[in-house]
Every structure is written in C-alpha cells, then in structure tokens.
Design a protein around this ligand. Structure first.
Ligand SMILES: Cc1cc2nc3c(=O)[nH]c(=O)nc-3n(C[C@H](O)[C@H](O)[C@H](O)COP(=O)(O)OP(=O)(O)OC[C@H]3O[C@@H](n4cnc5c(N)ncnc54)[C@H](O)[C@@H]3O)c2cc1C
Length: 389
C-alpha cells in the first residue's frame, strides 16, 4: 500500500480505524446488518450512523474547511469509502461526494448555505432523478416538464430507476424547461424535498432483490430559488455529478472475491497438489489481479480529483471494469458451487451464505446503473481517445 499512498494518508487511515473501532458496537452491528440486506437503501440505522460520523467531524473529509470539511483530498475520502465498505457500513457517498461537490461548483451562495452544512452533518440523503421511461442513455430527450409559475415552477411527468427515492430526503431532479429540440440546452436542474406535495413513489424490485423506484410528479411546485444553475443550463451539473459518482465504484469485487476464496478454501478446493486446485488457484489469482487493477483505476480518479480535475473517460473506464469484474467473479463462484449455487440467499444451505448467488443476480444490473457500459465505451472513444462523435 505504501507504494500508492503517502505517510499522511496512512496516518489518516490509522486515525479513521481507531475512530471506527471506538464506535458504539450496537449501532455498528445494526447498521451493518441493514446495509448487507440492501446497500442501495440506507435506512434508520444507516442514517443514525452517518449522523454520528457527521457530528464527530468524519463526513466530508475532502471538503474544503470553508464548508466544514477536514480540507483533505479526494484520496482520503476514497480511502474512507473503502474502509467503510470493508466493514460493510454505509458511506453516504452519492450525497457527500457527488451532490455536495457539484453544489460547491454550480450552486448559489444561498444554496450552498442551505444544503452543504446539512449534507456534511449526515442529515440529508439525495436521490438522483435523471432517467425516464423513454430517456435513459439519451438523457437529453427527457420530457418531465417544469413550467414557470410566478416565483416558482410547476413540474409534471415521471422518472424511473430513482434509486433510494423512498428513503431520501431530497431529489436532484433534471427537467425540461426549454423546447424538446433544444435537447440538453433545454434542461434545468432542481432540488426538491422528497415529501413535497405532488410526488408519488412506487417501488421497482430489481432481479438482485434491491429496491429502486418510479417517481411521478403531479403539479409539483418548486421555488425558483431551488434551481441549480441558470434556466436551461442544468446539463453541466448533471454531467459533473455523474462523473463524481462513477469514480467511486471499486469496492464490491474485492468483497465478492473474498466470498469466493473463503468458500473454496472451506470446501477444500484450494488444497493439495491436484490439477483442479492449480487450475482454481490460477483463476482466483487472475481475479485478484483484476481486483487490484480496479482499485488502481479508482485511485487514479481520486488522484485526479485531488489535483483539481474531474475525470471523464477515466471514470468510464473505472465503471466498466468494476461492473464487468463483479460479474466475472460471481460467474466463477457459481461455476464452482455448481447446482447448490441456485440455493437463494437467506437459506442456511446456501454456499458462501448465498452471497455468490446474490452477486450473480445483482451484478448484471450494474451494466446499466450509472450509465450503460456501451455509453461508457462511447465516452472513452470520444473524450478519452479523441475519436469523432
Ligand atoms: C440498479 C439501477 C439503478 C439506477 N439508479 C438510477 C438513479 O438513481 N437515477 C437515475 O436517474 N437513473 C438510474 N438508473 C438508470 C440508468 O442510468 C439507466 O438504466 C441507463 O442510463 C440506461 O438507460 P435505459 O435503461 O433507458 O436503457 P437504454 O438507454 O434504452 O439502453 C438500452 C440498451 O441500448 C444501448 N444503447 C442505447 N444507446 C446507445 C448508443 N448510443 N450506443 C450504443 N448502445 C446504446 C444501451 O447500452 C443498452 O444496452 C439506474 C439503473 C439501474 C439498473
């Protein structure tokens, strides 16, 4: 680790571990159990846990001191996300590391004063309202409409795949304020509380069992003061938040590989001088290399952020590698486990506590979540390699 992290970062990590080790074990255990059940839905204990971290000054470690942060770099917040993930605890990443920093870049002074202290205290949780039934990859065709009405806007339409909407306090919402043919030049960005009149949320359960949502707007009223950026100029805030979000994916494959190796070791598959054991060691070794590469891609992004750059193609490389690796590892796990691999999570008979079976169901979803891998390949070709659009 010394080769990629400096002494200052290793000291930070040691301090963080001491702090986490000293937290109330009952709070940590309750939060962990809830988080393992569905990491896409931070709920009551997760919120209590994040508020504890906020109150103790451990949220927003990379935020500038003027916004109440510790003034460290994105590398420390990346390290913190990794440490929390390894302990299977929530990290509030989307809100803290995507919405917060985007607000710092494009929010007004009033918006920063209104939201940043509460985000840093762990009080707010944002859901992202971009995708619609007919606007996913082609987000610039979105149709949910906001029409000017006095000192505010009236919003009508529908979002889909709005993960966390049922537990979030606020929605980061992209809507059409211009003409459809203006495409991304006619899109504005707003913040609205999730409990505002005119919002209805219905669940969608993914094949991994995690919940996401459809969200409907019926004359939702949003004050103009809650528009992020100028009217019709919300696109850069949308893209910036997405790039911040994609950069922090990397922890899951390491955990999934550990489930696989622990199970294989327990079943004696890695023992002895047999052809099967050597073959399996080779496959596991290859996955371990890929897990390290995944970590280094994410660290490269954190380093870019630390140096004041927003990763674009780099974030896409990271997202593809992470998502596809998860699937490869779970495929290997299920091949090894064989028929018993179909025993679902929750059964006492499920090998590896059902984590590989669950991983196989849930990992393909991430070919789509955060922007599909095909679209990431486009971004790598055009923005990364400079090929024509
Ligand atoms: C688990 C999960 C969580 C999500 N969470 C959120 C969230 O919180 N908020 C939110 O707003 N959205 C969220 N999404 C939505 C996600 O961003 C979209 O699914 C994604 O952008 C793709 O849109 P789509 O589903 O409409 O597929 P489509 O855009 O219709 O794509 C269908 C297929 O066509 C391919 N395709 C489309 N256009 C091109 C092209 N130009 N070149 C090559 N191939 C192309 C795609 O790669 C894909 O394989 C989530 C999705 C999932 C699965």
């Amino acid at each position: 680790m010394k080769t990629v992290l400096g002494d200052e970062q290793l000291t930070f990590l040691a301090e963080l571990r001491t702090y986490l080790d000293g937290l109330d074990p009952a709070l940590v255990e309750a939060t962990r159990a809830e988080n393992i059940e569905d990491p896409m839905q931070p709920r009551a204990h997760g919120r209590r846990f994040l508020k504890r971290l906020g109150a103790d000054g451990w949220l927003g470690v990379a935020w500038p001191r003027e916004y109440g942060g510790q003034g460290r770099t994105a590398i420390e917040s990346w390290l913190m996300a990794e440490e929390l993930y390894n302990r299977r605890l929530p990290n509030g990443l989307l809100t803290l590391n995507a919405i917060g920093p985007t607000l710092m870049l494009v929010g007004t002074a009033e918006q920063k004063a209104e939201y940043l202290p509460r985000i840093r205290a762990g009080e707010l949780e944002f859901a992202i309202g971009y995708s619609e039934p007919d606007a996913g990859s082609d987000l610039a065709s979105l149709r949910t409409r906001a029409v000017r009405d006095g000192d505010g806007y009236l919003v009508n339409g529908q979002k889909i795949w709005t993960t966390g909407a049922s537990v979030a306090t606020h929605l980061w919402l992209a809507v059409r304020t211009g003409r459809p043919e203006q495409r991304h030049r006619g899109v504005s960005l707003f913040i609205t509380p999730m409990d505002a009149p005119g919002i209805t949320i219905t669940p969608i359960i993914t094949q991994g069992g995690e919940r996401t949502n459809a969200v409907f707007f019926d004359n939702l009223r949003i004050p103009a003061s809650q528009r992020i950026g100028a009217e019709n100029e919300g696109w850069s805030g949308i893209v910036t938040a997405l790039n911040f979000e994609r950069m922090f994916y990397h922890n899951e494959p390491r955990w999934e590989l550990r489930q696989l190796t622990d199970w294989a070791a327990g079943a004696g598959l890695l023992d002895g001088d047999t052809a099967e054991a050597h073959e399996l060691q080779a496959v596991v070794g290859e996955h371990a290399v890929d897990v390290e590469i995944c970590r280094l891609f994410a660290l490269r992004g954190a380093r870019m952020l630390a140096e004041g750059h927003v990763p674009h193609a780099e974030a896409s490389v990271n997202k593809i590698w992470w998502g596809e690796l998860r699937q490869r590892i779970c495929d290997t796990g299920l091949d090894l486990v064989g028929e018993e691999g179909t025993i679902a999570t929750g059964s006492a008979y499920a090998p590896a506590h059902g984590h590989l079976e669950h991983g196989l169901r849930s990992s393909p979803v991430w070919r789509f979540g955060g922007g599909t891998n095909e679209i990431q390949l486009d971004i790598i070709a055009t923005r990364g390699l400079g090929m024509p659009r």
